[in-house]
Ligand binder design. Sequence first.
Ligand SMILES: [Zn+2]
Length: 417
Amino acid sequence: MTERLYRDDPYLLDFDAVVVARRRHHDRPAVVLDRTAFYAESGGQPWDTGALGGASVVAVIEEDGEILHVLDAPIAQDRVHGRVDGPRRLDHMQQHHGQHLLSRALVEVASARTLSFHLGAEDVTIDLDRHVSDDELRRAEARANEIVWQARPVSVREVTRKEAETLLAGELGGVRSAPPLDERARIHSARAMDAGERVRLIEAEGFDLQACSGTHPRTTAEVGVVLLVGHERYKGGSRVRFVCGHRALADAHRRQRVLDEVGAAFSSGLEGLPEAARRTLDQLRESERRGRDLLDRAMEGEARRLLAEGGGVPAVVVRAYDGWPAADLRLLAGHLVALAPCVALLGSRADKAHLVFAQSEGLSHDVPALLRDALTLVGGRGGGRGNLAQGGGDRVEGLDDALAKAEQTVRARAGEA
Ligand SMILES: [Zn+2]
């Protein structure tokens, strides 16, 4: 069995080891070592990466009781030097230990128990067994940071299973029953139990005691800060997102960059941004309302002009426009059929050919059929019912013919009547 050097010294990054077995893992070479400082993925904490004998360690996993160091290239030698990626290890220690402190604070503040923990490349989340309020979360965050800034020593000890159960019992202060040891160990790490009946306990002095095999710092201070960045209802409880240490700083920088950009766009400082955004949205809504109003008036004017030009009762208005959206054609058609008895055959050459046909109440052309026939000339599809039909097609060059065909049908039928 591989000696796990990170257990005794999570700050050890360089080590020498002997290759005791060579394996393959999903088409990549992998080696088993007699000893390793690489942490294998477990209990929500991802694996370490780094270098081993000239190759890169891309994953470290436990499989069939072995720790596999998955490599990007094979290594020939049996004696190897390993180097763990230090910043990544520190990041994992900060997030993982921060999680211990936050979970404990949530028990203290809200009697909320952590059911699972996920440490992703960007996201760190815990899922709680009950829903927690904004206020409870803020108080738990404050409590966790208080413990961080007190720089309490973090210690590791191995005890028997029976001792562990005694030590961990009642740690919820009688508020709720303590969860079974196996369940707790599963959350933090199944490997807490792998030394047979020995259980590895991590204690943040006088605050939190957990069965866990993850890597932890010497003192709570190394967590830096615990920053909550979001929460939502999840499976009857809450999912809480947070970041610690370096990630909290990076998160603050990222938010600052976004706010600076938005602030520049609104010509506003940080405090004035919400008001500036609200004011701009109000102005936008007002402009849109005014724009609709003006468009409606313009369309009414256009309809009056067309009817004055046309003549005939009922009038047959045929017109093609350039670049009009279909919505504008509908608006114009609506005014036309309302102002006078008429048939409106309107088209537009835009991103494609648009057609809108309409007739006033009381006229008896088959408007949907007119449209269907016209659409064959623009290669399009569309439909409608009663007095209004619309559609469009890709063959913009067929628009004039389509309108002419519809006009011909309308006038022929008017002639018969
Ligand atoms: Zn842990």
